[in-house]
Design a protein around this ligand. Structure first.
Ligand code: ATP
Length: 259
């Protein structure tokens, strides 16, 4: 399943932040095609800042980000839009569009300036509608959707963009447990079946442990990265929250309130 020989996205000694303000440093990870990777860490530790930096929405402070063997800064904007798609937490400005129209926007990097869809573009849009169970909602306006439905549409748009790397900021926020699992399983399937590299931030640590191939823990110190089982064995989850409040149970891979 995993392609062990080919790195698609990696960071080395990456420091992120805003102007003079450093948010996190020493971020190292290496991701291959077909890998689902979760980023976890306490509120304000820098998960969104990292994703925004990887997507080039803001500059890194130091270190390197390599995308397909090239510094991410050296990709032209049009090249980048064919390599990396980003789903951020802000709702799209284009919520007045129908589901089909919003997903078709994912094909923008490939269409002419009129935005005409070729048969290949239409196939990608249809495949994305199918994969995220959106056919029945195709003609609905996006502002009429529930949070869970809208989240599926945004991910389907990223799938239609057909980039090897997809980055998502908290794709399961506001969803009930069933729909959190549904979204994460869809992401897992997209990663494994289509060899996409998918990186997302989440507070659902127990679900990430069960579903992700890799996890990056932003902890304000060494930022461990690895297989969920490895990270459990190395007791990294135990150190995530103050023990007097919550404790990690390595047997079940979940957190329990300290009595
Ligand atoms: N535009 C900004 N300018 C300056 N500092 C910012 C900006 N946006 C966020 N920060 C700060 O950067 C730090 C990291 O924020 P970030 O949103 O990346 O954390 P997070 O891990 O995603 O948090 P959460 O889990 O609460 O979403 C915080 O201290 C935050 O206040």
């Amino acid at each position: 399943m995993e392609n062990k020989n080919k790195t698609i996205l990696s960071t080395k000694g990456l420091t992120i932040g805003y102007g003079p303000k450093m948010v996190a440093k020493d971020i190292h990870f290496v991701l291959e095609p077909g890998v689902l990777c979760g980023i976890v860490g306490v509120n304000g530790i820098g998960k969104s800042t990292l994703l925004r930096t990887l997507g080039r929405f803001q500059p890194k402070l130091s270190g390197s980000i390599q995308l397909e063997g090239k510094n991410v800064e050296d990709h032209s904007p049009s090249d980048l839009s064919k390599k990396l798609s980003v789903v951020l937490t802000e709702p799209p400005a284009s919520k007045n569009l129908t589901v089909g129209e919003l997903i078709a926007l994912g094909r923008q990097p490939y269409t002419n300036w009129l935005g005409n869809l070729s048969p290949e573009d239409q196939k990608q849009v249809q495949d994305s509608l199918d994969a995220f169970l959106l056919n029945e909602l195709k003609h609905r306006k996006c502002h009429e959707l529930s949070d869970g439905q809208l989240q599926r549409v945004l991910i389907a748009r990223a799938m239609a963009q057909d980039t090897p790397v997809i980055i998502l900021d908290e794709p399961t926020t506001h969803l009930d447990l069933y729909h959190k699992v549904q979204i994460l399983k869809m992401l897992q399937q997209l990663a494994h079946d289509q060899q996409k590299t998918i990186l997302f931030s989440t507070h659902e640590i127990d679900l990430a442990i069960q579903l992700c191939d890799k996890i990056l823990i932003l902890d304000g110190d060494t930022n461990p990265f690895g297989d969920p089982c490895e990270l459990i064995e190395q007791k990294h989850f135990e150190r995530l929250f103050p023990m007097e409040m919550v404790q990690f149970d390595a047997k079940t891979g979940s957190f329990k309130i300290t009595k």
